[in-house]
Design a protein around this ligand. Structure first.
Ligand code: NAD
Length: 455
């Protein structure tokens, strides 16, 4: 197990050690922050230079994709196909911000008493704190726009994925000027020390809502602005007009992508009561085709959960649902394999009072709730804590009408998990604030100044 000085990465499929990383000392953190502050002065000066280097980073990441994907699978657990998909979308994110155009400056509305210009300027050193579920992409969704905007960045990965994030940072550092991008390793104490460092002018965090609240309080000490990409409990709402087979098949794949450990995965379905049987039959048929195993093995489609705490948590939700009378297909722990494995589970006979519906599972369990009135479903969802994503399935115009009523950062119609780096991404309510992706992603790392000249 990890110590105060060393992080030990464990393969979640084999429980074997993948490697070790030294925890960054306070003195090292201070030196890296000072170097990032100093590098900011020249990095901020030329957007075209920055974007050229980010394009080169994108290319180099893809060139080294095979080795990075293998390390990601060993350390995080996802299948090799999903690992190479994560590397690909990370390279795509770099490419998007390498070619994005935005206005640095605009003329203020005319006035007879002054001539004013509105300017958008980089902030300085950015702290990017990221979780373990998509460790490369969620880092890239921060560092690509932050660097494009002219900031320098210090990344703190989740402890359990330090090796692969460190390797990707090394690839980018081989192209970027010294001090522009660096990494600090460690747990919450390292994260806290980073946030509170005097050189840090912005914190961008992705992770759980509980830690997001702690980070907001820590950043308050130094009045450092924060972006928070937090948890979600995304609903999929099927209307009477939905193509039940299509929706059930699509949702089974989306719900269990990355072993369900995805903030915007569908985490519950609301299905018209008379269509629940048909929905579950298709969902179960698709579920039965999934191959659970070591992500490195050919043919694996569903890897292990990332750690024992996550496995215990999901199993606990299933045990509680079972004790409360739910009807569960699958969900057993797989004890013939050494790692954190379980069968995907479909849960029916539950409602909005069940823990497995109320709480984000972040694992291989998907509850189905029967409903009779869609307006009641929308009112209930809008009264709840999270607002990250949602999807509505059915005849397009009717589905769009329902989608427009849902309070969430992204609402999909007849699809789910459709993440695009070209579009702004983020949550509302307890799912956070601030946006990544699109042009909004770059504005999250800029501050506005007005220069006004008296006439
Ligand atoms: P986590 O909140 O436990 O940890 C995330 C990061 O914060 C890690 O690097 C951790 O070391 C660091 N950290 C923990 N305490 C800290 C502190 N006090 N100060 C500074 N840093 C601290 O999250 P996790 O378990 O790694 O990830 C799972 C959660 O992330 C889920 O809730 C999921 O929904 C959420 N998530 C959200 C998004 C999104 O874009 N909205 C994306 C992926 C995951």
């Amino acid at each position: 197990m990890s110590t105060d000085n060393e992080l030990i990465s464990i393969n979640p499929a084999t429980l074997e050690e993948v490697g070790r990383t030294a925890v960054t000392t306070p003195a090292e953190l201070d030196a890296k922050a000072v170097a990032a502050q100093s590098a900011f002065q020249s990095w901020r000066t030329s957007r075209s230079t920055r974007q050229g280097l980010l394009a080169a980073c994108s290319y180099e990441l893809m060139r080294q994709s095979t080795a990075i994907s293998a390390l990601l699978t060993a350390e995080q657990g996802k299948s090799l196909t999903d690992s190479s998909g994560e590397v690909w979308i990370s390279a795509r994110c770099l490419a998007h911000f390498a070619r994005l155009d935005w206005a640095d400056e605009s003329q203020a509305p005319a006035s007879p008493i002054r001539d004013a210009r509105i300017q958008h300027r980089p902030l300085g050193v950015v702290a990017a704190i990221v979780p373990w579920n998509f460790p490369i992409f969620l880092m890239m969704a921060k560092i690509a726009p932050a660097l494009a905007a002219g900031n320098t960045v210090l990344v703190k990965p989740a402890e359990s994925v330090s090796l692969v994030v460190g390797e990707v940072v090394r690839i980018l550092q081989s192209i970027l000027p010294e001090g522009v991008l660096d990494i600090v390793y460690g747990g919450p104490d390292t994260g806290k020390a980073l946030i509170e460092h005097a050189a840090v002018r912005k914190v961008s965090f992705t992770g759980s809502t509980g830690v997001g609240k702690a980070i907001m309080k820590q950043a308050a000490e130094t009045i450092t602005p924060v972006t928070l990409e937090l948890g979600g409990n995304d609903p999929a709402i099927l209307l009477d007009s939905a193509d039940i087979n299509y929706a059930a098949g699509f949702l089974a794949h989306s719900a269990f992508f990355n072993s369900g450990q995805m903030c915007i995965a569908p985490k519950r379905a609301y299905v018209p009561a008379d269509k629940v049987d048909a929905f579950c039959a298709t969902f179960e048929a698709v579920m039965s085709t999934m191959v659970v195993g070591d992500g490195a093995a050919a043919g694996t489609t569903v890897g292990p959960l990332h750690n024992s705490a996550q496995l215990e948590y999901v199993q606990g939700l299933l045990d509680k649902a079972r004790a409360d009378g739910a009807d569960i297909t699958g969900g057993n722990r797989i004890t013939t394999l050494p790692g954190y494995f379980m069968e995907p589970a479909l849960v029916r006979g539950v409602d909005d009072s069940s823990d497995i519906v109320k709480f984000e599972q972040f694992g291989l369990a998907f509850p189905v709730v029967a409903y009779t009135n869609v307006d009641d479903v929308v009112s209930l969802l809008n009264s709840q804590e999270f607002g990250l994503g949602a999807s509505v399935w059915g005849e397009q115009a009717a589905a769009v009408e329902v989608a427009e009523q849902i309070d969430a950062g992204q609402v999909w119609v007849n699809t789910h998990n459709a993440l695009e780096v070209e579009l702004p991404f983020g949550g509302v309510k307890s799912s956070g604030f601030g946006r990544e992706g699109g042009e909004a992603g770059v504005h999250d790392f800029l501050e506005t100044r007005v220069v006004s000249v008296k006439l």
